[in-house]
Design a protein around this ligand. Structure first.
Ligand code: FES
Length: 154
C-alpha cells in the first residue's frame, strides 16, 4: 500500500467533523458526474479579533474513501480561516497531511474544494433559511429537486 493509501485509511479510521451542523451559516453541495459521488459541506462562522472566521466545518459524503479522507482533513484545516483565506485553498492544500493526491484521485479532492466554494458563495450571497440545509441523505432521495450542483471536471 502506498504512503497516500495508508494515510487515507488512517483518516477513515477516525473521520473528523462528519454530519450536519444544524445552525450552519452556509452549506454547499456538489456532485461528480463521472463517478456519481456527492459531497456536502456545512460552515459555521464566528467573530474572532474583529474578523469573521470559520468556527466549525462539517461534511457528509456519498463518495469514495479519498473524498471522505480529504473532507475530514479539510474540515479541520478550515477552522479559524476567513472566507477569503478558505477560498484560496486548492484541492491539494485541503488534503493536508494526506500528501500529494494521485492523478486518479485529484477529482476526489476537487469534490471537497467544490463543496467548500459552493458553501462560501452561499454564505457571501445570503444567510440560508432554516430549510436550506437538508441532510445529504434526504437530498439523495429527491435528486430531481435540482439542488445538487455539478462540478465540471476537466
Ligand atoms: Fe469520485 Fe473519489 S472516485 S470522488
Amino acid at each position: 500500500m502506498s504512503d497516500f493509501e495508508n494515510k487515507v485509511h488512517e483518516a477513515l479510521a477516525n473521520p473528523r467533523n462528519q454530519g450536519e451542523i444544524a445552525d450552519a451559516d452556509a452549506v454547499g453541495t456538489v456532485g461528480s458526474p463521472e463517478c456519481g459521488d456527492m459531497l456536502r459541506m456545512w460552515l459555521k462562522f464566528t467573530e474572532k479579533d474583529g474578523k469573521r472566521v470559520i468556527d466549525r466545518a462539517s461534511f457528509q459524503a456519498f463518495g469514495c474513501q479519498t473524498a471522505i479522507a480529504v473532507a475530514s482533513m479539510a474540515t479541520e484545516l478550515l477552522k479559524g480561516k476567513t472566507a477569503e483565506e478558505a477560498k484560496q485553498l486548492s484541492a491539494q492544500e485541503l488534503a493536508g497531511d494526506l500528501g500529494t493526491l494521485p492523478p486518479m484521485k485529484i477529482h476526489c479532492g476537487q469534490l471537497v474544494e467544490g463543496a467548500l466554494r459552493n458553501a462560501l458563495d452561499a454564505s457571501a450571497a445570503t444567510t440560508p433559511s432554516d430549510d436550506a440545509a437538508p441532510t445529504l441523505a434526504a437530498d439523495m432521495h429527491r435528486m430531481t429537486g435540482g439542488r445538487v450542483r455539478i462540478v465540471p471536471l476537466e
